[in-house]
Write a protein of this length. Structure first.
Length: 82
C-alpha cells in the first residue's frame, strides 16, 4: 500500500427512484407555494425553478462515469501541486 488518499462514492440501492420521488415532492411544494403566494398577493408569482435542469443535475450526481471523468480531470489539473 502507498497510503494515498482516496474518495469513495456509494450509491444506495434504489437511489434513482427515491431521488425522483424526492424531486416530485420538491416540484409539488414549489407549485403549491407559487399558488399560495398568488392567492395572497393577487398576482402570478414566477418561480425561477427549472425542473428539467434540476433533474439533469440530480442524474449527473448519480452517474459514476461522469464522476470518474471529473476526478480524472481534477487530478490532471492539480498534478504536482502537492
Amino acid at each position: 500500500l502507498d497510503f494515498r488518499d482516496v474518495a469513495v462514492k456509494v450509491l444506495h440501492p434504489d437511489v434513482d427512484s427515491n431521488m425522483f420521488v424526492d424531486l416530485a415532492v420538491v416540484f409539488e411544494t414549489v407549485d403549491f407555494l407559487a399558488r399560495l403566494l398568488q392567492g395572497v398577493s393577487g398576482t402570478r408569482i414566477k418561480v425561477p425553478f427549472d425542473r428539467a435542469e434540476a433533474e439533469r443535475a440530480m442524474r449527473r450526481q448519480t452517474d459514476l462515469r461522469i464522476e470518474a471523468h471529473n476526478l480524472a480531470r481534477f487530478a490532471r489539473n492539480f498534478a504536482g501541486d502537492e
